[in-house]
Design a protein around this ligand. Sequence first.
Ligand SMILES: Cc1cc2nc3c(=O)[nH]c(=O)nc-3n(C[C@H](O)[C@H](O)[C@H](O)COP(=O)(O)OP(=O)(O)OC[C@H]3O[C@@H](n4cnc5c(N)ncnc54)[C@H](O)[C@@H]3O)c2cc1C
Length: 289
Amino acid sequence: MKPAPFKYSAPESVSETLALLREYGQDGKLLAGGQSLVPLLNMRLARPSVIVDLNAVRELSYIKEDNGEVIIGAMTRQRDAELSPVIRRKLPLLAEALGYVGHPQIRNRGTIGGSIAHADPSAELPAVAAALGAKMVVRGPKGRRVFEPEKFFLALLTTALGPDELLVEVRFPAHQKMGTAFLEVARRHGDYALAGVAATLSRDGDAIKDCRLAFTGVGPGPVRIAEAEAAVIGNRLTPQVLDEVRKIVTDRLDPDSDVHASVEYRKQVGGVLAARALRLAGERAAGTR
Ligand SMILES: Cc1cc2nc3c(=O)[nH]c(=O)nc-3n(C[C@H](O)[C@H](O)[C@H](O)COP(=O)(O)OP(=O)(O)OC[C@H]3O[C@@H](n4cnc5c(N)ncnc54)[C@H](O)[C@@H]3O)c2cc1C
């Protein structure tokens, strides 16, 4: 299959990119790693008149640390992030989740910004962003805007990004002192998740001081369940508490069914994964795993 005809431009800087986006508006489409966009073009599900290729915009590829944050430029390849010593040490949850994104060949091209901007409901990175409270930094005609995950991921494949805006970086709080775990179930390794969860927690002695769970594959975007997190905070991770979390998650999740999995399956798997991820995160926080 071949895409519909389009004009092509390859800016070399962020300012040039923003000028092109301003000029083309709804008719333009940014191309990052192309791992989601190119299939959409080939199937003619997307028919932009102009492709604005970000691959020559070198200033968007970086991983840096600043004041307790790890900052990742939008065009950083997923594979580079996965293998980065800084990310493995300071953002182990992201490194772990990246291992589930497609296959190494896809991660060699796919970018951190592309995955976050595309906002696939079964993607791993939006769930990691939601679990860690990452900040999405956007530039466009309204200047620089910074979004929390709750305000950025709006609906299925829909974010707060306007057609003339560029996601420039994602700022993750470093979390090497917390326990974290990412788990998912997919039919084959590398497939999108049928259900998955990113878990983070910090301990105060034996009790859990803080806890976040963000699910993927079970809603239009990353899903958090406040009641399940509250069942953990202030408690020890006993089998009873983990079972309570499993029940709450299974009860509260409201996924769709499709050819890959039924509603009931996704709800049950979500609950089991939440309990397992919390146990693993707890063991990692205690240094026993
Ligand atoms: C076989 C296969 C399996 C895959 N499996 C998985 C999986 O298991 N999990 C998963 O999460 N993904 C999976 N993917 C998708 C892959 O991770 C993509 O890399 C990702 O979804 C999009 O990133 P990209 O850089 O390729 O973006 P592109 O495909 O180039 O762009 C995607 C969208 O984001 C927009 N965009 C890109 N960059 C920016 C930016 N900086 N600012 C604003 N908008 C931007 C584009 O305009 C486009 O609408 C798979 C892909 C394939 C082909």
